[in-house]
Ligand binder design. Structure first.
Ligand code: TMP
Ligand code: ASP
Length: 236
C-alpha cells in the first residue's frame, strides 16, 4: 500500500490517501503540543512508540469484540487504517482524579474515584475542546442516541481491557481519551490512538508519571518515560 497525497496534518499525525478510497495511511510524528497547541516541542521517538503501542492495543481491543480502524502496520511510524468520519467527541474515562478533573472539582490528584467517570468534550480546537454532555451532542447532531449508547458501551469495555493490560506491566491507568469514527457503512469504530500522549499512566508502586504529563508539566525525562512504557509492554 502506498501513500498518495496528504489529506490532513494534525498535531501528532499526518494522514495520507491511498488508491483505496476506504483506506488511509496515518504517519505518527515526534511533534508534541499541549494546552491546545500553545506549548510545542519534540519528543524524539514518540511517533514510533505511539504507532506500535496503538496497534498492539487496538488488536487486543478488537479481540474482545470492539471494532477498530486498524488494518495493517506498514512501518515503525505508518499504519493503514479504515477511513472514517470522526465523531467530534473526545471520550474521556477517569479512574483516578487528575488533570482537568482535579482542577475543576478541587480534588487532589491521585484520589481513587468510587466508580469510573465517562465524560465528553466537543472536539474543537478553536473552542478549546469544551466539556459537554449527552444532550449537547444530541442537540447539535454530533451523534444519535444509538451511537452515543454504542460509544459508551465500547468505552467501558475498553477501560476494563486497558486497566488490566497496563496493570500487568506495573502501571495504573489513571485516565485516557479516545475517539470514535463512522466507517463507510456508518458503523461506529474506535479510531485515533491509545498512547502515552492520550493516557495517564503511573507506576503502580511509586506513582511516577510515565506519560505526556512529563512534557506538559516540564517534569523532565520525557523520552525516557515513553521508552519505559514501550519496554514494560514488551514492545521495545
Ligand atoms: P485532562 O485531565 O486534561 O482533561 O485529560 C484527560 C485525559 O485525556 C488525559 O489522559 C490526557 C488526555 N488528553 C488528550 O488525549 N488530549 C487532550 O487534548 C487533552 C486535554 C487530554
Ligand atoms: N491536544 C492537546 C494540545 O492541543 C495536547 C494535550 O494536552 O494532550 O496541544
Amino acid at each position: 500500500m502506498k501513500k498518495l497525497e496528504q489529506l490532513y496534518e494534525g498535531k501528532a499525525k499526518k494522514v495520507f490517501s491511498t488508491d483505496d478510497p476506504d483506506v488511509v495511511i496515518v504517519d505518527y510524528k515526534d511533534d508534541a503540543t499541549a494546552f491546545n497547541g500553545e506549548k510545542k516541542g519534540t519528543i524524539v521517538g514518540k511517533g514510533v512508540v505511539n504507532n506500535r503501542m496503538t496497534n498492539h492495543v487496538f488488536k487486543l481491543i478488537e479481540a474482545e469484540g470492539v471494532p477498530t480502524h486498524l488494518i495493517e502496520e506498514l512501518s515503525d511510524r505508518e499504519t493503514a487504517v479504515k477511513k472514517v468520519q470522526i465523531v467530534p467527541l473526545e471520550v474521556i474515562v477517569r479512574n483516578v482524579a487528575a488533570g482537568s478533573f482535579s482542577k475543576r472539582m478541587g480534588v487532589e490528584e491521585g484520589r481513587e474515584l468510587l466508580c469510573p467517570i465517562l465524560e465528553f468534550s466537543y472536539k474543537d480546537d478553536a473552542l478549546g475542546d469544551p466539556f459537554i454532555n449527552d444532550d449537547y451532542a444530541l442537540a447539535l447532531g454530533f451523534a444519535t442516541q444509538e451511537e452515543i449508547d454504542t460509544i459508551k458501551n465500547y468505552t467501558k469495555k475498553i477501560n476494563e481491557i486497558l486497566k488490566a493490560y497496563f496493570l500487568q506491566a506495573d502501571m495504573k491507568l489513571i485516565d485516557f481519551k479516545i475517539e470514535f469514527g463512522k466507517d463507510s457503512s456508518g458503523k461506529i469504530i474506535l479510531a485515533d490512538e491509545v498512547s502515552p500522549d492520550t493516557c495517564r499512566l503511573w507506576d503502580v508502586h511509586t506513582n511516577e508519571k510515565l506519560d505526556k504529563d512529563r512534557f506538559r508539566r516540564d517534569l523532565g525525562n520525557v523520552e525516557e518515560a515513553y521508552n519505559e512504557v514501550f519496554k514494560r509492554l514488551g514492545l521495545a
